[in-house]
Design a protein around this ligand. Structure first.
Ligand SMILES: [Zn+2]
Length: 316
């Protein structure tokens, strides 16, 4: 379980920059105070040599209590000077974005909350979910729009369990249902939950995924933007949206099979959404895919009337 390497690289760089900014900002503020406030430069000089003074005191067998007391006195004096010259008392303290971890991202050897959130956000950005994220959650999935309320409630609870536990076990889910029945809503909620649990997620439509494999395979020299399909194999959770909307043909079938099979063998979770019925899936894909989907995926079925249409009617 881990986010994509790009996520760690990006966030690592951001935290390095934050620490650098905090130090540079501090240097500039200290210099300004030294310039404008008589006596400040002398205090700063003594304070910045604290380590050296402490070492000398230890070497002389004196202990560091005297150094500490002297420092406390100087810090108090510095505060007085700052305030009397119209500066805030903490002018000479570093200003971290997160004072808790001082922008290192770690507290007591564990991720700081700020780091967890930054990693999640960076992963969310990469996932392809965009604005959907956060707006569609398990909690705001409204069962009242489903005639078969119990059946929908069971799908909701299985999706929640898949997000919270199934992903970690490399389980797979096939979500079948017509347009507007909440497949996207549930998939987004699953992706969000998985990413909050530290998993890398790719959410993409089947046509787009197949198209990327095609471009990679038949890339011409004039094609300047490189296509990488590794992410589809590497992500902890791949959400393949709208299976059945891709162009039919041997290439599609081979690609879908390769993806489904490879991910299964490597123990990585896949969630597939489709408008196709079970019999349409059987007709369209070859038996190897069908046997994988119905043999190794838990199948969830959403039935009823298009929720979006119901909501639109309510607004009128
Ligand atoms: Zn922090």
């Amino acid at each position: 379980m881990s986010y994509s390497p790009e996520v760690y690289a990006k966030i690592g760089e951001i935290y390095n920059r934050r620490r650098r900014d905090a130090i540079e900002g501090l240097d500039a503020r200290i210099e300004e105070a030294n310039e404008k406030i008589p006596g400040m430069r002398q205090i700063e000089r003594v304070l910045s040599a604290t380590g050296l003074r402490a070492m000398e005191a230890i070497r002389a067998g004196e202990g560091i209590d005297a150094v500490r007391e002297e420092n406390d006195r100087l810090v108090a004096r510095r505060e007085e000077l700052l305030i009397s010259h119209g500066y805030p008392a903490d002018w000479c303290d570093p200003r971290y974005v997160c004072p808790l971890c001082q922008d290192t991202g770690f507290v007591d050897g564990k991720y700081c909350a700020c780091m967890k959130d930054a990693l999640y956000r960076a992963q969310a950005e990469l996932s392809g979910l965009g604005k959907l994220l956060g707006a569609q959650t398990f909690d705001n999935f409204d069962l009242n729009y489903y005639e078969q309320r119990e059946e929908a409630a069971s799908v909701l609870s299985r999706c929640r369990d898949f997000a919270e536990n199934g992903c970690a076990r490399g389980e797979n889910l096939l979500l079948i249902g017509g347009t507007g029945l909440g497949k996207t809503h549930l998939s987004t909620a699953i992706a969000d939950c998985a990413m909050r649990n530290g998993r890398s997620v790719i959410y993409e439509s089947a046509p787009s995924v197949v198209e990327n494999f095609r471009r990679e395979q038949y890339r011409s020299f004039s094609d300047k933007t490189p296509v990488t399909t590794e992410k589809y194999f590497d992500a902890d959770l791949l959400i393949l949206d709208d299976l059945g909307c891709e162009l039919p043909g041997a290439f599609t079938v081979a690609t879908v099979y390769n993806l489904v099979n490879t991910r299964m063998l490597s123990g990585r979770s896949t969630l597939i959404n489709t408008n196709l019925s079970a019999s349409e899936i059987t007709e369209r894909y070859d038996r190897r895919i069908v046997s994988r989907l119905f043999g190794n995926y838990s199948v969830c079925l959403l039935t009823g009337e298009d929720v979006r249409m119901q909501k639109l009617r309510e607004k009128k």
